[in-house]
Design a protein around this ligand. Structure first.
Ligand code: PRP
Ligand code: ZN
Length: 296
């Protein structure tokens, strides 16, 4: 037993991934790994977990720390918000945009205040936890404003007289709304990114590739639906032309003479338009089912 354990810990290359411990990206990051078929325990208060069926060790960290941990090699890869990465300006490689955790970093002012444009921020005090990104934005806009860096609850700063405006993350907008603030400038748009240390070795990169392949298959599947329908044979040509599948659709004869069953894959954003056209063309019994993984 001892020697077996020794073998495992010394020889097997394992990739360390840092994900957010709690907050905006936590649930979606865990879900993504699980959808990739990677099993691990993610109990509360856990600092790290080893995957049972993939050479991956998951570190649960504060989002603000993830870019530096990846840059320094404490973790090999990480899932982090673009907003956090740009603020810390860490030296990591972006390997994929993950499409979740979408939000924006915006400047907001009290609802009652007149705001005609970015020049209205001249000489004002802006509270934020995103000092660097804000500074860059103000410089680009040639606005001189005073940046008040605070560590949290930015949205209350104008109400207590600490600042004239704030620069903070917005996703649903409810935090701004509840604090009587209106969004006036978008500083940046953000989503979750997969980032990597720049000095991974060949073995580590191979695991990254395997993971990336799974991530892309999961994402592809989400954007597509499997569609099944029945079509009268005399309308088959017309119906088949309406379905832009990955390849040509599968057509099977039904027991009912004069009818066929058509199977294909369609993209989600074209979905309703295609369904309407199919119905109008005489398709019946249309079934649309989600796809779990899609390997193309
Ligand atoms: C951000 C931001 C707001 C909230 C905005 O905090 O500071 O409090 O989200 O979201 P809404 O528009 O949906 O109301 P976050 O939860 O990211 O926490 P953190 O900044 O402390 O990491
Ligand atoms: Zn944070």
């Amino acid at each position: 037993m001892v020697s077996l354990f020794y073998f495992k810990s010394k020889v097997m290359t394992q990739l360390k991934i840092a994900i957010q411990k709690s907050g905006r990206l936590n649930e979606d990051s865990i879900r993504l790994l699980k959808e990739c078929g990677i099993e691990f325990n993610n109990g509360i208060n856990k600092l790290k977990a080893e995957a049972f069926n993939f050479p991956l060790e998951v570190f649960f960290l504060r989002d603000d720390d993830i870019p530096e941990y990846v840059a320094s090699g404490v973790a090999d890869i990480g899932i982090v918000g673009e907003n956090v990465l740009l603020e810390t300006n860490s030296d990591v490689k972006i390997i994929d945009r993950l499409g979740f955790g979408k939000c924006r970093l915006s400047i907001a002012v009290p609802k009652g205040k007149k705001y005609a444009g970015v020049k209205d921020l001249e000489g004002k005090r802006i509270a934020t936890t995103y000092k660097n990104v804000l500074q860059k934005f103000l410089r680009k806009e040639k606005v001189n404003a005073e940046i008040h860096e605070i560590s949290g609850s930015v949205e209350i700063a104008p109400g207590i007289g600490l600042a004239d405006a704030i620069c903070d993350l917005v996703s649903s907008g409810s935090t701004l709304f509840m604090n009587g603030l209106k969004e006036v400038e978008t500083v940046l748009k953000s989503e979750a990114l997969l980032v990597a240390n720049k000095n991974l070795d060949a073995k580590q990169l191979e695991i990254v590739e395997r993971l990336l392949f799974r991530i892309r298959s999961v994402r592809k599947a989400k954007h597509n639906k499997y569609i099944l329908l029945n079509a009268p044979n005399d309308k088959l040509d017309k119906i088949v032309k309406l379905i832009p599948g990955i390849k040509s659709p599968t057509i099977l004869p039904l027991a009912d003479e004069g009818w066929s069953s058509v199977h294909s894959v369609i993209e989600e954003d074209k979905f309703w338009e295609i369904i309407e056209n199919l119905k109008n063309a005489g398709a019946q019994g249309i079934l649309v089912v989600p796809i779990e993984k899609m390997i193309v």
